[in-house]
Design a protein around this ligand. Sequence first.
Ligand SMILES: [Zn+2]
Length: 455
Amino acid sequence: MELDTGVDDVLGMIDERMLDRDESVDPMALLAYYRRLLPFKSLYTWLNHDVGPTRNFTNREFAFTLQSDVYLRYQSFSGWDEWKKEVCRLNPSRFEIGPVYSAKPKDRKTLQKATFRPVAREVVFDIDMTDYDEIRTCCSDKHICRRCWKLIAVAVEVLDSTLREDFGYKHLLWVYSGRRGIHCWVSDSAALALPDEARKALVGWTEVIRGSANQAKKVSVGTHAPGAPRVLHPSLRRALGGDVLSSTGTDASTPASKGPLQRAFVEVILRDQNVFAEAPRWEVLLALLPPHEADAIARLQAKWAAGPRTSVQKWDDVLDVASKSAERTKGAWIATLEDIVLQYTYPRIDAEVSKRQNHLLKSPFVVHPSTGRVCVPLEVDDVQHFDPEHTAPTVAQLLRELNRHQGDDKALHTKSEWENTSLRPYVEQLDRFTSRILHEARDAKRTTTKHTLDF
Ligand SMILES: [Zn+2]
């Protein structure tokens, strides 16, 4: 079948028979989504940091994965309309956004190698459920539900506050990855300019969990000196809170003195996921306890093997042993318990994604090829209420919504078709995010001009 690749013939009923497939996305439905709904102009203004084209956009690399799985790198465009035309012509199953180069990526073959290099790029983070498989109990493999999504929500809360409070970044765009993870794009000008060495340092800072799946202890944030409490970096202390020896409480409330990680540990890890219910997982917990407490650990093992105890009960058993331990071992116990809380709740990021300017990352608003869900931006406060299975709009749903509005008065008077669909709040969110970046850029320019005039 010959595809009509024009971009202008956007109005018309969509054949809903192609929307009924459950799993994969029909190529014709995807093309209709690109033509009529994907907000190219909003994405362009966000990446460009200005209304008129700048190098932030024209020298930016885009990469397309075609339906045939052919991967096209180093695509670049003069503006959003050219970008959209090419996407509609190639109808890729997805596309990614890379760095801003010293020259236009499409011209790279005419340049000397040394003169073509990445010069700017948002700092990006990727948090994926793959790294939580040894923790969650509700789902496995490619599945995800509201309950395990809470682990992602805790990671977002902590990483967001670290990036804002410890690094001073303001413009953080969180985007659902379409299946079982989330991306963060840091769009501050200072972040864009960050060289790779600084990116590695920043990532090293946020990497508290290290080690492979078959290694019990994955956290090492320093030991305590005998007789003195352990000194943790203020950022970790803020996320953890104090009071790790106090009990989980029998009611549903968790004291405010416990930071977000301890609250998440009690509410999500112990109560909701019940991580330490079954044998291999509670054995990991025992392996993490201080080795010099062999007798106490053996008693816990015997008690837990004898009959079912919930994770809350097991953690209270551990706290009981810790509280009754000799005064000289209290410091070691506190450090151990804090490390366990960190290991089960601290953000697990895919560090390789963040370390280099030239890493490509899936664009917001593309469609996940196997779920049909749109990779929508999320406000940080909305992440915890987000339900990946039901909240994110799918291509089929959006195209049906377009059909429903076909020909009605309201639809004829809107500037963009996405305004008549559930995509609207997400596009408006990106536009608000971008306008804050644009305001800041304008203010910075005004200050520079004023200084020049004063001189
Ligand atoms: Zn789940």
